[in-house]
Design a protein around this ligand. Structure first.
Ligand code: PMP
Length: 417
């Protein structure tokens, strides 16, 4: 009998029958509170009626209108609506299907626009699984090892993660910028460096906010040296952190912004945005793709952005994020083995450590598995797999947050005591 590849690592045994809002209904008849949202994708909850209606209607008009052959209304509308959220300078958009493809498009653009080869990424970052995106990804060796050689011209600089490098917390930004300057002086000179690429908060690498001062330090160096600053907002964008874009927690504007995941509530579409003058430095035809900017995905994207605006979901992410963070701090204090509780908006995490303060992935997995017994779906992350991440829908309610906290408390009790 043919079966799914064992290379897929299943986080839960759940087979979904259907889903609505914050809940997944299993084929086994159980109802699960979904704090995974398809890895931060179903921003408006599962099957939001306005998203479903928009996709249904578009499916009856045209499904695939290949965007280098013919244009279609949903893509033009989505571009206009995205423009309401994008920094004014980033007035040109290119579409693809997935986060990884958009990362590739951004790298292609940065190299063409600067005529320079090298890309500097930051340790712990996740940028995708295609070979070029994987070469920028250092959120764990499972994303890289065994299929080298990866793309050349990539250099990895330290992320300002005080705990990991044993740096004093207050010096982490200065130390990481010093290491970056050393890299620019010793390995990849500015005239060979096309771009810095970074997430406004590490996603798969451990749900760790990128300090505003670090982004500002990168911006300064990028501007001085003509290096493109690429922000990968695939996970942090579209309201997830309590601002529409994760970088809005700082004062900077990127040269290229990458978005995907939450933008269409689960329909595959991704985009990069840049100033028209930069975008124009990639020749017509140098970016493309058969499925990019799919009409049904674009219609779902338009509906998603409308729902986010009409239901004030960015503010909800802030309010429910605060509720969840204070609840996590409360229940975290009652259990051994939780080294850190953190969150920005609805991107929250518990980090598990053993008695010596070392990463404890077994504890994180045990809690994630125990949560399934409590009908709560969660994921782990972090290079060492010791971080439990909590990513509810942007329209999660007060009661759902309370339910999740009660279930998580019970799972912690089961798994850790
Ligand atoms: N960048 C970031 C920040 C991500 O979180 C992800 C996905 N987890 C990607 C890129 C890759 O996106 P995709 O899986 O859609 O290729």
């Amino acid at each position: 009998m043919t079966s799914l590849s064992p290379a897929l690592k299943q986080a839960t045994p759940v087979i979904v029958d259907h889903a609505l809002g914050s809940f997944i209904y299993g084929a086994d008849g159980r109802r699960y509170l979904d704090f995974t949202t398809g890895i931060g994708v179903t921003s408006t909850g599962h099957c939001h009626p306005r998203v479903v209606a928009a996709a249904r209607e578009q499916t009856g008009k045209i499904i695939h209108a290949q965007f280098t052959t013919v244009l279609h209304q949903p893509l033009l509308q989505l571009t206009e609506k995205l423009g309401n959220f994008l920094p004014a300078e980033l007035d040109s958009v290119f579409y693809a299907n997935s986060g990884s493809e958009a990362v590739e498009a951004a790298i292609r653009l940065a190299r063409m626009a600067t005529a320079r080869p090298n890309i500097i990424a930051f340790q712990g970052g996740f940028h995708g699984r295609t070979v070029a995106a994987a070469s920028l990804t250092t959120a764990g060796t499972k994303f890289r090892s065994g299929f080298a050689p990866l793309m050349s011209g990539v250099h990895i600089a330290p992320f300002p993660y005080a705990f990991r490098y044993g740096w004093p917390e207050e010096d982490a930004v200065a130390f990481a910028l010093r290491e970056l300057d050393y890299l620019l002086a010793s390995i990849s000179s500015p005239q060979d460096t096309a771009a810095f690429i970074i997430e406004p908060a590490l996603g798969d690498g451990g749900y760790l906010k990128t300090p505003a001062a670090f982004l500002e330090g990168l911006r300064e160096r990028a501007t001085v040296h003509g290096i493109m600053l690429i922000l990968d907002e695939v996970q942090t964008g579209v309201g997830r952190t309590g601002k529409f874009w994760g970088h809005q927690h700082s004062s900077i504007t990127p040269d290229i912004l990458i978005t995907a995941k939450g933008i269409a509530s689960g329909f595959p579409i991704s985009a990069i945005a840049a100033p028209t003058a930069v975008m124009a430095m990639a020749w017509p035809g140098s970016q493309g793709g058969t499925y990019g900017g799919n009409a049904v995905s674009a219609a779902a994207g338009v509906a998603t952005l409308d729902v986010i605006r009409d239901e004030d979901l960015v503010a909800n992410a802030r309010i429910r994020g605060d509720q969840l963070l204070s609840g996590l701090q409360r229940i975290g204090a009652g259990h051994q083995g939780i080294g850190d509780v953190r969150g920005i908006g609805l991107m929250l995490a518990l980090e598990f450590v053993n008695r010596d303060g070392d990463a404890d992935p077994q504890a994180a997995t045990a809690v994630q598995q125990a949560a399934i017994e409590q009908d709560l779906l969660l994921l782990t992350c972090g290079a060492r797999g010791n971080v439990l991440r909590i990513i509810p829908a942007l329209n999660v309610t007060e009661d759902e947050v309370d339910l999740g906290l009660r279930s998580l408390d019970a799972a912690l009790e089961d798994a850790l005591s």
